[in-house]
Design a binder for this molecule. Structure first.
Ligand code: TRP
Length: 334
């Protein structure tokens, strides 16, 4: 019998993923599969809340599937699937909408930020986004949800909705906990180390994309903004050097003390080169493997098909329970 706790997470297929996404999410997912029953989704329905080019969205969905696998998600042990392939996500979000209040959604930080960023397209889906996310999580009775800081508020809403539903209709949903990874060091922009590393950075030198090759990675690290001293130590007044040290430790699994010792007396130029090479050593094989997988769409389709079938079994068990609790008459079949 499977007695491992269940873990659910999802990533949107909306374009470039960065070194920050890898260190903050994908790398942890790979490690967590050993201790948890992992369910990983490609949140394509969430991506529709901002305008998408249909052809690009389709391409990005395959890219993300390949990336999950290239990063070590084992599609046999874990479940990997596309959110829109399991229609229970949309169905449960309707039910959850009936116990969620507009005020809870309009005060979400991300909704406010995205409304500002997409003034011409503040659609209902953008506001309802956290309810769909709650449906994602609650359908699988997930115990744990690894999320970044920006998703904590949404996870809080998932918990509130689970508790509210359970109180109103009786025990139905597991109330999920946020899982904050160990290596939580924030990865900052290489061009402005006071800002988070982001794919939407206008300065392309600020972030490392999973699609950067070795030369591009090394070049970006060589240009990383530092300071005018020459000491390689982690210190608040040295955000650039501190960020590079954090990145170096994250990709090499060395401790900070080890890293500081290694670079004692070395120049910034040498240091930046070493960090760039260490990052390339991790990212390059992933990019190559991802691109190799993308040559074989049939294989990816097959994996996603079986992932959806496995996910669906769990999801519909929950959805049927929910429909029954709220008083919907079950459809007779056969
Ligand atoms: N909103 C998440 C993000 O952009 C992606 C996501 C969708 C998610 N559904 C989820 C994450 C369920 C955790 C659990 O990062």
């Amino acid at each position: 019998m499977e007695d491992k706790k269940r873990l659910f997470s999802a990533i949107q297929p909306s374009g470039i993923l960065t070194l920050g996404n890898y260190l903050g999410a994908l790398r942890n997912f790979r490690l967590l599969q050993d201790d948890y029953e992992g369910i990983f989704s490609i949140a394509d329905l969430h991506s529709l809340t901002v305008r998408q080019d249909p052809a690009v969205l389709r391409k990005n969905t395959y890219e993300l599937a390949a990336l999950y696998i290239a990063c070590g998600i084992d599609p046999e042990r874990s479940i990997l699937f596309v959110q829109s392939h399991v229609s229970a996500h949309a169905e449960l979000s309707w039910i959850l909408n009936t116990i969620c209040y507009p005020g809870e959604l309009s005060r979400m930080t991300q909704f406010k930020e995205k409304s500002r960023a997409h003034e011409d397209n503040v659609n209902m889906g953008l506001m309802d986004y956290p309810v769909l996310m709650a449906a994602d999580i609650l359908l699988y009775q997930a115990d744990l949800v690894p999320v970044g800081a920006d998703q904590k508020q949404h996870l809080e809403l998932s918990r509130d909705l689970a508790i509210r539903f359970n109180n109103r209709y009786g025990e139905t949903f597991t109330v999920p906990e946020a899982f904050i990874g160990k290596t939580a060091a924030k990865i900052m922009s290489l061009a402005d180390p006071l800002k988070k590393m982001s794919k939407s950075d206008a300065n392309l030198n600020g972030f490392i994309s999973i699609d950067d090759d070795k030369d591009a990675i090394v070049r970006k690290f060589k240009r990383a903004v530092t300071d005018s001293e020459n000491e390689i130590v982690l210190r608040e007044d040295k955000p650039g050097i501190s960020n590079l040290l954090n990145i170096y430790c994250a990709v090499t699994s060395k401790s900070l003390a080890e890293a500081e010792k290694e670079f004692e007396g070395k120049g910034y130029g040498d240091f930046k080169l070493k960090v760039g090479e260490a990052v390339a050593e991790v990212i390059d094989p992933i990019r190559i493997e991802k691109n190799k997988l993308l040559q074989n769409k049939d294989y990816i389709d097959e994996l996603l098909k079986s992932g959806a079938e496995r996910a669906e079994k769990i999801a519909y068990k929950t959805l049927n329970k929910v429909y029954k609790k709220v008083g919907l008459v079950p459809r007779k079949r056969g």
